[in-house]
Design a protein around this ligand. Structure first.
Ligand code: ADP
Ligand code: TRP
Length: 370
């Protein structure tokens, strides 16, 4: 099928670390499922937002491989490489993403970006780690700590939603499946496209509202696997210690040990109750996902069991088996086939992205209108 002959569904996952079972069940599997089932009627753009990967500090010596690794993970999780309606590409290989970001930047308010919750949360994490209250003005050039604080939260983190809007608008994407934490950014992509169109004439396709998107995807977007050590927070690949996180690349036996060491409670009765028994409830959730059974079924099977050790052993064994199988599949992924797919998709999409960029350049007066 020819590029852009159908409406576009678009999404991406950052490559800022090895992914977790939370990312796998919460994002990768649903995305692949969606790509497979929707690609008859839609063009599916699945991309690796590599430019977004270092909006917070990372180890750059690992990035290049992590980008490819994310593509491999998709394939190991079942993404078909031979479906011509599914495009798999790297953001930084299509330079229009960066160029459109600059143009959109100039129509974006400093104030509206400051209010973005992801920016507030992530920058606060950095300030906390440096023992600072907040961004500190004025910059005292002689104060080493203040300087570090003021330089560590990057403009890239601040600008994150604008690049994300460019990612979406370049391909006139209509539906954009993202986790709940990204819906504010999605709303921004709608706002900026409407604002730009109103000011400078019809340039961008405005994506569907979040409410319409939810209806379209019709599934519960609220899945949140929790950290094993602190089950009140989500399991995150960006977690510094990684002690409560199961990474897809963990040694299966080491991951099983993390499950055995998971925080529970002292009620000594297995029961699904996220409020009062967040640790046990999280393990039930993980088990149901690994076994492909409903939460109700799994909860019923273990309801009231008093030995948490026995219950954890079951979950640990499933985690170990899952990782062993998944890593086996991953080891058979053909890198050449992955790279060929990436390059083909990038080749096909560069003209699409450039055409949108040109419309924006014409709208702002950088290029002559024809
Ligand atoms: P992380 O916190 O692991 O860095 P991101 O914020 O980059 O994850 O999210 C990547 C994708 O994975 C998003 O779609 C998000 O909704 C999903 N996701 C992340 N963590 C979890 C989790 N613990 N449970 C379910 N889905 C998750
Ligand atoms: N911000 C998204 C995340 O962290 C990744 C992303 C970047 C994205 N650009 C996007 C998702 C465009 C959807 C559309 O998960």
């Amino acid at each position: 099928m020819n590029v852009m002959s159908k409406p576009v569904i678009l999404t991406g996952i950052r490559a800022n670390n090895d992914l977790t079972i939370g990312n796998y069940f919460g994002a990768i599997l649903p995305i692949i499922d969606m790509a497979k089932t929707r690609s008859d009627e839609y063009q599916v753009n699945l991309f690796i937002p590599d430019l977004h990967s270092f909006t917070t500090p990372i180890d750059h010596s690992l990035l290049y491989d992590q980008i490819l690794h994310n593509a491999r993970l998709f394939v190991a999780a079942g993404l078909p490489l031979d479906n011509p309606d599914i495009y798999l590409y790297r953001q930084s290989y299509i330079s229009a993403h960066s160029e459109l970001t600059w143009i959109l930047d100039c129509f974006t308010g400093f104030g509206e970006m400051s209010r973005m919750t992801q920016f507030k949360d992530k920058s606060q994490n950095v300030y906390d780690s440096l023992g600072a209250q907040d961004f500190e003005l004025p910059d005292d050039v002689n104060d080493v700590k203040q300087k570090k604080v003021n330089q560590t939260v990057s403009m890239g983190l601040f600008n994150y939603p604008v690049l994300m809007a460019a990612d979406i608008l370049l391909y006139e994407a209509q539906y954009i499946p993202v986790g709940e934490d990204q819906t504010q950014h999605l709303e921004f992509a709608r706002d900026i496209s409407e604002r730009f169109n109103n000011k400078l004439g019809d340039t961008f396709n405005v994506p569907e509202s979040v409410a319409v998107q939810h209806k379209f995807f019709g599934k519960d977007q609220g899945l949140r696997i929790k950290d094993l050590i602190d089950p009140t927070k989500k399991m995150s690949k960006s977690d510094d210690s990684g002690r409560g996180v199961i990474f897809l690349g963990d040694q299966p036996s080491a991951a099983a040990k993390k499950v055995i060491g998971a925080t529970t409670d002292d009620l000594a009765s297995v029961h699904f109750d996220p409020q009062n028994q967040p640790g046990i409830s999280n393990l039930l959730q993980i088990l149901s996902l690994l076994q492909g059974r409903t939460l109700e079924e799994v909860s019923a099977e273990f309801e009231g069991q008093s030995s948490y050790g026995d219950f954890k052993a079951v979950v640990a064994a499933e985690v170990e088996k899952f990782l062993t199988d998944f890593q086996q599949k991953l080891s058979t992924v053909d890198d050449n086939a992955v790279i060929a797919k990436l390059e083909q998709s990038e080749h096909d999409l560069i003209p699409v992205a450039n055409a949108t960029l040109l419309r924006a350049q014409q709208a702002v007066g950088l290029r002559q209108k024809v």
